[in-house]
Design a protein around this ligand. Structure first.
Ligand code: ZN
Ligand code: ZN
Ligand code: FE
Length: 755
């Protein structure tokens, strides 16, 4: 006889781990106990050593679906003579347990809310140990009811008995609730007057939406604006009110079958839609769908994709079932502000946007947006990491001190490292509004509070003017910069558990370079504790600097002026007014506010402008996206010449001059934009292969916002594979600036030894 003691670390609380161990011990017919400790789950069992060994293996293998085991310790000791098996009260100690993300409604709960005989029939806050809110309701850890926003609700007798019964699916389900004791919904008008409560509120909301009203709905991590997706009038009204001309809206569908009638859905995409994370999945629109009158063309104009999701809370399930049609479900905010979380704030901030407000009285502890993923090169790629993913950590190969990274400027996130874990915050957004800055500060203090961690140093972007840099420097802690594009490559290394040496390709819009130019088309050799910029795109000037980010036509003028005296000849004639052109040309000639840039994003802008696809960006990356979409469905291996100039030594220069000349020739002979776009993309992929071949590193990391472009990412990956390289794309950390913060930490820990 022996006694086995196991300590299990990771996401092991609030996922039904103890009842699972209880049942497992029962089936092995062994005695002992299990309990939650601050650091994880501890258990002891007694029996024959061989049985204990098999039991230990079974714990790890058959663990509850939502649990994540990061570490397990096992110790074989002398038996003490346990009789029976018990779940013991939680103990204290060092806090190591992971906070779980919010999890979409499980099938069992769904069945209950649809069952007229069940006491939770049509109850919008039904949840259990396998599903429901977590991160969005936690104020502090350990994760117990008093530490959540459910603390104000007292469980009724029935709920409490479920909560205390180890054999029940709701054993220690902290947000457990029912119609008798839990939160409820209310429908308000713009003045905050209550129009209806509970089920009547739900039914009236559904009929208002079917009537063409726009309703602000308080969900899990914030408000959505929900409106009928089939009506052009409604969608246009929503665009007008939100101040959003063409940026696509996300959709929520009542069922995945209905999604399949509008979009191409692969097996992997279907699994993502139905996953516990339940993100927005970008899917290709079906050209052949017979029910074209069911979706307004204003949802994602000029875009071959739709961003779709399934209901992920009981409230959304019930609402969508009642409506029976797809709805627009866009975040409840004005253009680029963070999502609104509180009903008082919503009535103030969204009163011009929504006709009605469907609210509830379960407070939201922090804003958590819908995540966005797409399948690229046969694998999931997270483009916006928030609900369902945050705040789970990414594991790092090396242990680190407590370090905080403050991220970039757009699509900002924060990251905090403790030991081997890099915790990535939920998406915060563009740091351009006071609301975003406020949200940023809140996430910063809450991430430290949640993990009881005080950073020893701070990592920030090199850009001196970023707000994220300012806060890092003002924190009073030792602060160190990491170059933006190095951080991109590092985020992909962290995401894929890679170690040097390798070649990193970092292509995006803009980032502060170390040589006085704006970078964005970079190649790095990453070695053990060194980084070398081995190649980059040829630079050109951006008249007006930041303004060129908004106006692709400026980039076009800047680039073309590098090779022509009459650059505007190659841009559609109606793009500039005469005076504008004179001013911009003078700026370029006198080198006034016209910084040089090697940005790949800006090169996309140039081509997009030359083809007349986009002259002014409404949102980041729009011109590049339109160029990508132009190539959708084109199959060709044709490309343009992108020459690698090695005459001056490293960094080598990828020179676009002949590529641009080829494009001008194609435009002149009337070649279709789709073909020109495909050839352009192909040339870029070949450019990467040519650098990779000369560098000789087997692994080629593809990072930066440009690799959200499916055509570019897949074309490059395929070409690299064909030549014997291993292309590595992003996975759970976004390739865009949402990945900068974790990348900064990886860089600080792995590449810069002496800081
Ligand atoms: Zn459930
Ligand atoms: Zn109850
Ligand atoms: Fe970037």
């Amino acid at each position: 006889m022996k006694r086995l003691r196991m300590e299990i670390y990771g996401a092991v609380q609030g996922v039904g781990f103890r009842p699972f161990v209880y049942r497992l011990a029962d089936s092995f017919d062994i005695t002992g106990w299990v309990c939650n400790a601050a650091a994880g789950v501890i258990l002891e069992v007694e029996g024959e050593e061989a049985v204990l060994r098999r039991f230990g293996e079974a714990v790890e293998k058959e663990k509850p679906a939502l649990s994540i085991i990061q570490d397990v310790t096992r110790e074989y000791l002398d038996p003490v003579g346990y009789t029976g098996f018990e779940i013991r009260t939680s103990t204290g100690g060092e806090r190591r347990v992971l906070v779980l993300p919010d999890i979409s409604t499980c099938d069992d709960c769904l069945e209950e809310i649809m069952d007229p005989e069940n006491r939770r029939y049509r109850y919008p806050f039904t949840n259990c140990t396998n599903c429901g809110p977590r991160y969005s309701i936690i104020n502090s850890i350990p994760y117990d009811r008093p530490a959540t926003t459910m603390s104000g609700f007292h469980m009724c007798r029935k709920c409490l008995s479920e909560y205390e019964d180890p054999s029940n699916r709701r054993f220690h389900a902290q947000p457990n609730a029912c119609p008798e004791c839990g939160p409820h919904i209310e429908l308000l008008d713009r003045n905050g007057k209550i129009l209806a409560e509970r089920d009547e509120a739900l039914r009236r909301t559904a009929s208002a939406i079917l009537d063409g009203k726009i309703v602000a709905v308080k969900g899990l991590g914030g408000f959505h604006l929900i409106a009928l997706a089939s009506s052009d009038k409604v969608v246009q009204l929503l665009r007008k009110r939100k101040g959003r001309k063409t940026k696509p809206f996300a959709l929520m569908f009542p069922s995945s079958d209905m999604i399949s009638s509008f979009c191409e859905v692969s097996e992997m995409e279907k699994n993502l839609l139905k996953s516990p994370e339940s993100p927005i999945v970008l899917l290709r629109k079906r050209i052949d769908h017979g029910s074209s009158n069911k979706l307004s063309g204003y949802i994602s104009p000029g875009n071959p994709d739709l961003g779709v999701m399934l209901p992920y809370t009981p409230l959304h399930h019930l609402l969508l079932q009642e409506i029976g049609d797809p709805v627009v479900a866009t975040s409840g905010n004005l253009s680029d502000e963070p999502i609104c979380t509180d009903e008082k704030e919503a009535l103030r901030r969204l009163s011009g946007l929504a006709d009605l407000f469907l609210i509830h009285n379960r407070p939201i502890a922090r804003h958590v947006d819908d995540s966005i993923v797409r399948v690229v090169d046969g694998r999931e790629m997270v483009l916006r990491r928030a609900r369902g993913y945050a705040p789970l950590p990414v594991r790092m190969n090396k242990k680190s001190d407590v370090i905080l990274a403050t991220g970039a400027h757009l699509k900002n996130t924060l990251a905090l490292s403790i030991g081997n874990n890099v915790f990535v915050s939920q998406h915060i957004g563009d740091m351009e509004t006071p609301q975003a800055v406020k949200a940023y500060k809140e996430v910063w203090s809450s991430i430290e509070l949640l993990y009881h961690a005080k950073p020893k140093k701070i990592i920030h972007d090199m850009h001196p003017d970023y707000i994220s840099t300012k806060y890092a420097v003002e924190s009073g802690l030792p602060a160190f910069p990491v170059q933006h594009h190095v951080a991109h490559v590092c985020s992909c290394m962290l995401d894929n558990e890679l170690s040097p040496p390798l070649l990193g390709v970092s292509w995006d819009g803009t980032g502060y370079g170390t040589d006085g130019t704006i970078w964005g088309g970079e190649f790095f050799k990453i070695g053990e504790e060194f980084i070398e910029r081995v190649a980059h795109m040829r630079v050109f000037r951006l008249p007006g600097g930041e303004k060129a980010v908004r106006e692709p036509r400026r980039s076009a003028l800047g680039l073309l002026s590098e090779i022509f005296d009459d650059p505007d000849r190659y841009i559609p004639s109606d793009v500039f007014m005469k005076e504008e052109l004179t001013v911009l040309k003078r700026m370029l000639k006198n080198n006034l506010n016209s910084p040089y840039s090697s940005s790949m994003g800006r090169l996309f802008d140039v081509v997009s402008s030359m083809l007349g696809l986009c002259q002014t960006n409404e949102f980041e990356g729009q011109a590049a996206m339109l160029l990508e979409y132009a190539a959708a469905g084109v199959e060709t291996d044709d490309s343009y010449n992108l020459l690698l100039d090695r005459s001056e030594g490293k960094p080598w220069i990828l020179d676009w001059e002949s590529l641009i000349n080829d494009i001008i020739e194609d435009i002149t002979i009337g070649e279709k934009a789709s073909m020109i776009s495909a050839r352009f993309h192909n040339a870029l992929a070949e450019g990467i292969v040519s650098v990779a071949e000369l560098m000789g590193e087997k692994e080629v990391v593809l990072s930066g916002g440009c690799f959200q472009n499916v055509y570019l990412a897949e074309r490059t990956a395929n070409m690299l594979r064909r030549k014997g390289f291993t292309p590595v794309l992003h996975w759970k950390i976004p390739p865009n600036d949402g990945g900068i913060a974790p990348g900064q930490i990886f860089a600080a820990v792995n590449l810069y030894k002496n800081e």
